[in-house]
Design a protein. Structure first.
Length: 400
């Protein structure tokens, strides 16, 4: 009986090898024996607009060991991570290429010589998985890749080049997943209720974190576990607010955002919420008002981002074109916007709480004397000196 099993397995392997010899990469058919499935983790097919959509990519092979899956296919020539295509794509935002982040530095320095550059990479993600009948699964939130902003019926597929024959790992094979179809419905009452719950959870978790006065290097295992639990609650609550993407959720995000670069153990998720909001004009207006509040910490990065968001509203194409002449053309107006925000910061300093005032003063100093190759400081020295004097003269006792 056992010998028949091995004979059958060998026959299947032989037939698959023969089929592979006829396989032509680049078609919409995967190599024989390879399965690439795309599905929701709970098999749910109907979602509310703004609801988290958890999906999973699953890779398997009917012949154990024939195919291998790269954790990082970009390390191999011709390799590619999975990318998602959605139909219809009207009202869908590709978050991989459009995360809402903008900066004004290139425009402000457009009349100066020089440039900037950078790079990155993955230092420890080179695992290779030999596929068999038990799928290798990669779950993630669809919302982090594709933001669906309109109700409707959607068809989603993934393409990748992250699999190769185990006996030749130098040639990644283009593959395509099964199609995933979902329905997205609008329910304003559901959105409102989810927002209230998320804001309440965020407030309670953040208060608890602050009361505990945890440092990032907690050593007690029990205390560290509780710290991680509360930090994760903060992160998850902010994520719900982020994906809802309504005017109400944006207003709550700006209210909760205090300018801190981090919340608990993570980068401040509220800034991501604001930057990704489809209500950009409202975001700029709310942030311009929020920065003057006594508890708001205004950093140089915040001023740069707010300046960029403002010029983007006036000239939506500005960050789609990267030629030097376009940046030079927008330079005077961008400097005007920056000067307005720096002056607003300076005038708010006397009323700010101690830590916010100290950071705000440092940010004001950072920008006030900057010339941006114009030969003149951004803020006239007489005005800057007056703001410094007023910002440093506050002597009201504070407890923070």
């Amino acid at each position: 009986m056992l010998s028949r099993f091995f004979t059958l397995a060998a026959l299947i392997g032989f037939l698959l090898q023969a089929a592979l010899a006829q396989y032509k990469p680049g078609t919409d058919a995967n190599p024989p024996g390879l399965a690439f499935m795309l599905a929701t983790t709970s098999h749910q097919k109907t979602f509310h607009l703004g609801e988290k959509i958890e999906i999973v990519e699953a890779y398997s092979s009917s012949v154990p060991g024939m195919f291998s899956l790269f954790q990082n296919p970009l390390r191999v020539e011709g390799g590619a991570d999975s990318s998602l295509a959605i139909s219809p794509d009207t009202g869908v935002i590709d978050r991989v290429h459009n995360d809402g982040k903008v900066g004004a530095a290139d425009i402000l320095n457009a009349n100066c010589m020089g440039g900037t550059g950078g790079g990155g990479g993955c230092g420890d993600c080179d695992a290779i998985f030999r596929l068999n009948s038990v799928p290798v699964r990669f779950p993630y939130l669809l919302n982090q890749r594709l933001a669906i902003t309109a109700p409707g019926h959607y068809r989603i597929q993934a393409r990748a080049a992250n699999v190769a024959l185990s006996n030749d790992l130098t040639k990644p094979i283009p593959i395509i997943s099964t199609a995933l179809e979902i329905d997205v419905v609008r329910d304003d009452q559901w959105s409102y209720q989810q927002l209230q719950l998320a804001v309440d959870r965020f407030d309670k978790a953040r208060r608890k974190y602050l009361l505990k006065r945890w440092s990032p290097d907690v050593t007690d295992p029990t205390e560290a576990a509780e710290q991680l639990e509360v930090a994760t609650e903060i992160e998850n609550s902010a994520e719900i607010i982020r994906f809802l993407d309504t005017e109400d959720s944006l207003q709550q995000a700006v209210r909760l955002f205090d300018g801190e670069p981090r919340v608990a153990l993570y980068e401040n998720p509220l800034l991501t919420t604001i930057l990704e909001s489809s209500h950009r004009d409202l975001a700029v207006s709310l942030l311009a008002t929020r920065m003057a509040d006594d508890d708001f910490i205004v950093s140089a990065d915040f001023i740069d981002t707010l300046t960029a968001m403002t010029i983007q509203l006036e000239q939506p194409i500005v960050f789609e074109r990267h030629d030097r002449s376009s940046r030079q053309q927008l330079n005077p107006r961008t400097l005007e916007i920056l000067r307005r925000y720096v002056l607003a910061l300076g005038r708010s300093l006397p009323d700010k709480q101690m830590r916010a005032r100290e950071q705000g003063m440092a940010t004001f100093e950072r920008y006030a004397s900057e010339e941006y190759c114009t030969g003149e400081p951004l803020i006239e020295k007489r005005v800057a000196d007056q703001i410094r004097l007023q910002g440093q003269s506050k002597s009201t006792p504070e407890t923070e």
